[in-house]
Design a protein around this ligand. Structure first.
Ligand code: DIR
Ligand code: MN
Ligand code: MN
Ligand code: MN
Length: 306
């Protein structure tokens, strides 16, 4: 079993500085050795640093499009190649606009092997804005709409790229959605489990239900973990903290259930801002969660639950 680490020093999608230091922080926090100790061969591809794309315009509705678009293209290609080679790509972000590339790359791979791609989006935000609806113009608020084909501004990827069906996107932890974005997620039937759903139903039952759907569909599952999914008390190192987030125990349970399922094909770790972190605490929490997703556990269990 091999995992491919792909560093994405991208912060231009987030409207502030700091996320570009994310890959370095994950490496210092020991992401590679944690995975190695779990028995994985770790192929660290270093950091992608594409030059800005000269064919993409600067625009106020989608800030820093030439650089974000160049990253999208490079990430799409690198993620696709890693999956195609039979490895599990792990994107070390970098702001959440990187998922335009990672999910699109996985969508290309899934289409080629004739399997659907499902996405589990762990975030305080739905990230379903389009340039026309975004109040900020920050592209990190748009990746889900982008890979679902609902935010095609200037062509970034080839027109025949496969999209993800919004009905195959499951979001957990949502507690900040913009007005127009609310309409978009409803119209497109994205599966949203907001914090109220988590409180009422419990994290375990929600995640088991989602994994049941993924298994039944015979799908690949891409997991995208935004630091702000977690409560700010657990992980302060992110530019867009929203109170009332997931506890460490809830997040940890998700990771263990994901591991048990054997369904995860790819992972994004995004929005870590080391400049805002508290002595590396958030970076370490994210590495801890990734290790749990890849099989670190406290005690052996009787074998797979569902
Ligand atoms: C807000 C904030 N919905 C926007 N989005 C995100 O600017 O589109 N913050 N993703 O992390
Ligand atoms: Mn996000
Ligand atoms: Mn977020
Ligand atoms: Mn379906």
């Amino acid at each position: 079993k091999t995992v491919t680490l792909i560093g994405i020093p991208l912060e231009e999608g987030s409207g502030r500085g700091g996320c570009a230091m994310g890959p370095a922080a994950y490496r210092i926090a020991g992401i590679a050795s944690a995975l190695h100790e779990l028995g994985y061969a770790v192929d660290d591809r270093g950091d992608l640093r594409p030059a800005p794309a000269s064919d993409l315009p600067e625009m106020a509705e989608a800030k820093h499009l030439p650089i974000v678009g160049a990253f999208t293209r490079a990430i799409e290609a690198e993620t696709y190649a890693a999956a195609r080679n039979g490895t599990v790509p792990i994107l070390l972000g970098g702001d959440h606009s990187l998922s335009m590339g990672s999910v699109s790359g996985m969508a290309r791979h899934a289409a080629e092997i004739d399997r659907p791609l499902y996405v589990l989006w762990l975030d305080a935000h739905s990230d379903f804005n389009a340039p026309e609806t975004s109040p900020s113009g920050n592209i990190h608020g748009m990746p889900v709409a982008f890979f679902c084909g609902k935010a095609e501004f200037v062509p970034i990827l080839p027109a025949d790229r496969p999209f993800v069906d919004p009905k195959h996107v499951y979001q957990i932890g949502i507690r900040s959605v913009d007005e127009e974005e609310r309409r978009m997620i409803r119209e497109n039937a994205v599966n949203v489990f907001d914090m109220r759903a988590v409180d009422e139903e419990g994290m375990g039952s929600i995640v088991k239900r989602i994994l049941g759907d993924v298994r039944e569909a015979g799908a690949l599952l891409h997991v995208s973990l935004d630091v702000d999914f977690l409560d700010p008390d657990v992980a302060p190192g992110v530019g867009t903290t929203v109170p009332g987030g997931a506890t460490f125990r809830e997040a940890h349970l998700i990771m263990e259930l994901l591991h048990d399922s054997g369904l995860v094909s790819s992972l994004d770790l995004v929005e870590l801002n080391p400049f805002l972190d508290d002595r590396g605490r958030s970076a370490r929490v994210m590495v801890e969660l990734a290790a749990s997703l890849f099989g670190r556990r406290i005690l052996d269990r009787p074998t797979r639950g569902g």
